[in-house]
Ligand binder design. Structure first.
Ligand code: 13P
Length: 257
């Protein structure tokens, strides 16, 4: 099964409006200098700017470049101060919503249950959803990695139909690898991805599991991307720090070809 690779940059709470405009232009210039970077819209590229910078980035979208939101609320509207709904993101012209990032879980008390509500709201509004899962350092040391991944995946994808899975991407981000410079080894990452794919086959069917893209995130950079992306079950990357450096992000995109 050949899955088109997806390289996504999560800008987190970086790049205000003017910086974001400059960053996306610099990134496009890097990619345009290599015409083969994206042929037949593959690999797909995606960036998640902060909400206030979307206006600067969205006009640059098109072709293989899509834009997403870093979070979404599950209600369509209502008294939820500070939140943004899926229909609002869809109306803006965004393609994706990032769901259940470990920083949302760690700092804002998001749970598997709320990740599921957000994911289903995104799909209902016609967006694509990227569900983030991954174990902490402590969970890994206790041998709980697969147990945690299974819980997060089962909850996160609860009540999602096989048909809607065509609009879902899973991102495996071991929490201990995020922003630490400690990347999972190619073998460990591949093992986790293969496990996630086997779970998808159980939850849905083999065909759905084979078609669903599973991205790796956690200190992916220009130096380690090629090795990770060569693994059979690694279908792309969700990149934090290196996505803020146009030359590095473009190198990762080239590695995905
Ligand atoms: P880093 O690439 O900075 O480790 O961040 C990964 C991440 O959290 C992407 O969502």
């Amino acid at each position: 099964m050949s899955r088109c690779k997806l390289i996504a940059g999560n800008w987190k709470m970086n790049q205000g409006l003017s910086q974001a405009g400059a960053l996306i232009k610099a990134l496009k210039a890097e990619l345009d200098s290599d015409k083969t970077c994206c042929s037949a819209n593959c690999p797909e590229l995606l960036v998640f700017p902060p909400f206030t910078s979307i206006a600067a980035v969205l006009p640059e979208a098109g072709g293989c470049l899509q834009v997403g939101a870093q979070n979404v609320h599950w209600a369509e509207s209502g008294a939820y101060t500070g939140e943004v709904s899926a229909p609002m993101l869809k109306e803006l012209g965004l393609s994706y919503a990032l769901i259940g990032h470990s920083e949302r879980r760690q700092y804002f008390g998001e749970s598997d249950e709320s990740a599921n509500l957000r994911l289903r709201a995104a799909l209902k509004a016609g967006l694509k959803a990227m569900l983030c899962i991954g174990e902490t350092e402590e969970e890994r040391q206790l041998g709980l990695t697969n147990c945690v991944l299974e819980r997060q995946l089962r909850w996160g994808l609860s009540q999602v139909s096989a048909a809607d899975m065509s609009r879902v991407v899973v991102a495996y981000e071991p929490v201990w690898a995020i922003g630490t410079g400690k990347t999972a080894s190619e073998a460990d990452a591949q093992a986790a991805h293969a496990f996630i794919r086997s779970l998808l086959a159980q939850l849905f069917c083999t065909d759905t599991a084979e078609k669903t893209r599973i991205l790796y995130g956690g200190s992916m950079n220009a130096a380690n991307a090629a090795g990770l992306l060569a693994q059979p079950d690694i279908d792309g990357g969700l990149i934090g720090g290196a996505s803020l450096k146009p030359a590095d992000f473009a190198s990762i995109v080239r590695a995905a070809k």
